[in-house]
Design a protein. Structure first.
Lengths: 316, 308
């Protein structure tokens, strides 16, 4: 079963690696942008899947960490820091700290209350971002200078941002793959299925969950940093609760506890938005009912089309 | 900071609280009784407002508008229950979140298509468009008073229904052990449908009475939905009394906080700092309250007896 997921992943990443070479045939700029967008969505979705799929923790505030990461990077840029490695450290530090504090409080609850409290923290972060008057407030902030890697533009749109994002996606995929197969992932899943049992077996469940929560937030924060590099713009809308809803859609659409699923889900959403959007302006009229039908009739998600394994039990 | 301003803020807070209660009441019953997370509940508030706009254009009479809107809101709620929600009661919360999220996306877009993306407004009824002299310097619109009393009336009616009628008893019993109630020969499916329909109608009613006060626009229910969730968590899930108390608390804290946070902060810190941090802190207040409740008193302020 794992071999199969590796093969699918190999195909996905091989295709993504080759695309920039094939793309100029179709007109590169627009499509490259679209794929970068999908890959960034996939990175955030894979991190959320660590919480939902493996941990059974349904967070409705995950996009807030994308927002925190993006703003940490943007504020760093505005104060004259240009080295992306320094910005990365700042992003990780800020996102990690926010996640540690909110996670410690949020994980005192579980189930549907966890969903509510993450929603509340997400809203708090959203309102904090809108109040940053010096950095655009509600309207957001256009960034005139972007980060560089020791002066090289390899981490910008004109340079090799595509490969940087692809590399990050690959690293995220691999990191979560190793993590989920290690003892850490097993404990998370054991606690998802029966937290008392895991507790009785001697695992500090809350601490494991907190670590997972912080790791997921850090990854989301990095996707925020890269999003700044790609969009050259930040706004509080990144942290809105609807964005968190979109992330859940991607995770469930792809299938729980499946990294390939999250990638396919992300691409599916971005493509659906573009294709439906180019036919009719009101594509949401189709997209909304599509979600309802998906929940009612297709439970396993996209990854089921490729995997032989039985459908995992949904997170409570 | 004058007494007059304070009084106006309190009245506005009270009125906002009543609106929140109308939305939260249905949400807390559906959540408490059926264990169902309905993100689309806020959209029913928006539907109510648009129905009010539509029927007022059609009939020209406000009383008729209220009646027709309530009926339609009930019908739409029942249809949604029949076609979608009924199939989700036994599914995971994740599925419920996803499906109701899809309904939000659909109805928000539908409102945009049918009525356009711009904000609409309707005038309050002729009879209620005046204002009352409260003190020498303070006049307050009659219509806003009426909304406060409408909220109060609904609260009393709901409380009496849930506490003293047979249906209310079944609702409370169904919240605790639905299987047992079902085994005793009660049609639990029908009970759920009633609860759901009434909840949708109340949210629609909130939308109707809010229509002359706030702008009618696509997505107007989204933020209110989040606040309504805050209300039911603070009040205790499934508890009408808790929802009422929490709605007033949240309404007052939010309204007063938005006006007072900057003033209070500038007494301690320097004004420019207070001006920056004040509005942010004000909009966060209710979420801080909710996080505090969840951490220190997860069952809410006035938990429902028996507990769902």
């Amino acid at each position: 079963m794992m071999d199969r997921s590796l093969i699918v992943a190999g195909c996905i990443f091989g295709l993504l690696l080759a695309l920039p070479i094939l793309l100029p045939v179709f007109g590169a700029g627009y499509l490259t942008g679209l794929i970068i967008k999908a890959m960034l969505l996939a990175i955030a979705a894979i991190s959320l899947d660590l919480l939902i799929g493996h941990g059974g923790m349904v967070s409705l505030g995950h996009a807030a960490f994308v927002g925190v990461g993006a703003y940490a990077a943007a504020i760093g840029l505005e104060s004259g820091i240009e080295n992306i490695l320094v910005l990365l450290l700042i992003t990780l530090a800020v996102t990690g700290l926010v996640a540690l504090v909110t996670g410690t409080l949020a994980l005192r609850t579980s189930g549907v209350y966890f969903l509510m409290i993450t929603l509340a923290f997400g809203q708090m972060i959203y309102f904090t971002l809108t109040s940053l008057a010096a950095y655009g407030g509600d309207d957001g902030l256009t960034l005139w200078s972007l980060a560089t890697l020791f002066g090289s533009d390899v981490v910008q749109n004109g340079g090799g941002l595509y490969y940087v994002v692809l590399g990050t996606l690959l690293a995220t995929w691999w990191g979560i793959y190793r993590l989920s197969r290690a003892r850490f992932g097993r404990v998370l899943r054991a606690a998802r299925d029966n937290s008392e049992r895991a507790e009785v077996m001697g695992f500090p469940v809350r601490r494991y969950r907190l670590v997972a929560y912080v790791i997921a937030a850090l990854i989301a924060g990095v996707s925020g940093l890269l999003l700044v590099q790609h969009a050259e713009f930040v706004s509080p809308a990144l942290a809105a609760w609807q964005r968190s809803g979109d992330l859940i859609v991607v995770v469930v659409l792809g299938g729980l506890a499946s990294r390939n699923g999250a990638i396919l889900g992300a691409f599916f959403i971005v493509i659906v938005e573009e294709v439906l959007g180019s036919f009719i302006h009101e594509w949401r009229l189709i997209y909304g009912p599509l979600l309802v039908l998906l929940v009612l009739f297709a439970k396993g998600g996209l990854s089921d089309l490729f995997a032989a394994k039985p459908v995992r039990r949904a997170a409570q | 900071m004058s007494m007059t301003l304070f009084l106006i803020l309190c009245l506005n807070g009270l009125q906002y609280g009543m609106l929140l209660f109308l939305i939260a009441a249905g949400l807390t019953l559906v959540f408490g009784v059926m264990g169902f997370i309905n993100l689309a509940h806020g959209v029913q508030y928006m539907v109510g407002a648009y129905l009010a706009f539509f029927f007022l254009q059609l009939t020209g009479s406000f009383a008729l508008t209220v009646l027709l809107s309530l009926g339609s809101a009930l019908l739409i709620g029942l249809l949604l229950e029949f076609f979608v929600f009924r199939h989700l009661y036994h599914r995971s919360h994740l599925d419920q979140v996803l499906a109701t999220f899809g309904i939000i996306i659909f109805l928000n877009e539908l409102a945009k298509v049918l009525f356009g993306p711009t904000t609409l407004s309707i005038a309050p009824p002729e009879l209620l468009s005046g204002s009352i002299q409260l003190t020498e310097t303070l006049r307050y619109p009659v219509y806003r008073f009426v909304t406060i009393f409408a909220g109060l009336a609904v609260a009393v009616a709901l409380f009496l229904t849930v506490s003293y009628t047979r249906t209310g008893m079944l609702i409370r019993a169904g919240a605790t052990t639905p299987e047992m109630v079902s085994a005793l020969g009660v049609n639990i499916q029908k009970l759920f449908m009633i609860v759901f329909g009434v909840g949708a109608m109340l949210a629609g009613f909130a939308g109707v009475i809010a229509a002359p006060i706030f702008a009618i626009e696509p997505g107007m229910g989204d933020n209110l939905l989040i606040v309504a969730f805050v209300v039911i968590i603070i009040g205790g899930v499934g508890s009408i009394g808790g929802a009422f108390m929490a709605a007033l608390l949240v309404g007052l804290i939010d309204t007063l906080g938005r006006s007072l946070a900057t003033i209070v902060l500038s007494a301690v810190f320097n004004p420019s700092f207070a001006n920056q941090i004040g509005p942010a802190l004000a909009s966060m207040l209710i979420y801080i309250l909710m996080a505090g409740i969840l951490v220190f008193r997860p069952q809410g302020l006035l938990p429902a007896k028996g507990g769902a």
